[in-house]
Design a protein around this ligand. Structure first.
Ligand code: AMP
Length: 190
C-alpha cells in the first residue's frame, strides 16, 4: 500500500509540526506503508521522508525537472521519478497512491489537497482523502466546510469526503475503515 503525502516545503514555526510529521513517517514505515511525495529534502516533506527511511520505509519521490534546484531533491529515496511538469507530478502521485494525506503546509499543499478532494467529488477516485489537523492548524478550514454546506455551495455527500485526523491512530482507523477498497485498489495496481 502507498500513501501520497502533501505537506509544507517549510517546517512551520511551532516544533510540533515537524515532530508530528516525523512520527507519521516512522509509523508508516513500521506499518510497511509506502510514502509517495514531492521528492524534496526540505520542510515537512524532507522530515517525513528521512524518518521513514530511517525506519526502513519505502519512500518514492516525484520531482518536476524545473524544481530540482529550488526544492532540493532528496538523494536517498527508494525511488525517484523526475517528471516534466507539476501536472505530471500530481498525476503520478495520484496514480501511485491508495490514499492521500495532507499535513500542514502552504498554498502548494492546499492546491494538492483540493485537487485530489475535487477528483473524489466528481467520481474520478474513491480513495480516502485525509486532512491531518496537527495543532488545530486546519480548524478554520474545517469550519469553512460548514459554511460552504450551510450556504448551499456543497452538498452533504461532498462534505463527507472530508476526513479529519488529529493523530496517527485516527489515520490508521480511517485507512482500515477503507481497507477493502484499499486492498482492492492495491491488487489492481500490481
Ligand atoms: P507549500 O505548501 O506551498 O510549501 O508547497 C508544498 C508542495 O506543493 C511543494 O512540493 C510544492 O512544489 C508544491 N506546490 C507549490 N505550488 C504548487 C502549485 N501551484 N501546484 C501544485 N503544487 C505546488
Amino acid at each position: 500500500m502507498n500513501i501520497s503525502i502533501y505537506c509544507g516545503s517549510q517546517t512551520g514555526k511551532n516544533p510540533v509540526y515537524i515532530e508530528k510529521a516525523k512520527e507519521l513517517g516512522e509509523q508508516l514505515a513500521k506499518a510497511e506503508i509506502g510514502i509517495v511525495y514531492g521528492g524534496s529534502n526540505i520542510g515537512l516533506m524532507g522530515a517525513i521522508a528521512d524518518q521513514a527511511l530511517l525506519h526502513g520505509g519505502r519512500v518514492i519521490g516525484i520531482m518536476p525537472e524545473h524544481l530540482q534546484k529550488r526544492e532540493v531533491a532528496h538523494l536517498h529515496l527508494t525511488e525517484i521519478y523526475i517528471v516534466d511538469s507539476m501536472h505530471t507530478r500530481k498525476a503520478k502521485m495520484a496514480d501511485l497512491a491508495d490514499a492521500y494525506i495532507a499535513l500542514p503546509g502552504g498554498c502548494g499543499t492546499l492546491d494538492e489537497y483540493f485537487e485530489i478532494f475535487t477528483w473524489a467529488q466528481i467520481g474520478l477516485h474513491t480513495k480516502p482523502v485525509i486532512l491531518y489537523n496537527i495543532n488545530g492548524f486546519y480548524d478554520a478550514l474545517i469550519l469553512h466546510f460548514e459554511k460552504m454546506l450551510d450556504d448551499g455551495f456543497i452538498r452533504e455527500e461532498q462534505r463527507s469526503i472530508l476526513q479529519v485526523a488529529t493523530s496517527v491512530d485516527d489515520i490508521f482507523n480511517i485507512l482500515s475503515a477503507n481497507h477493502d477498497e484499499i486492498i482492492k485498489v492495491a491488487n489492481l495496481t500490481k
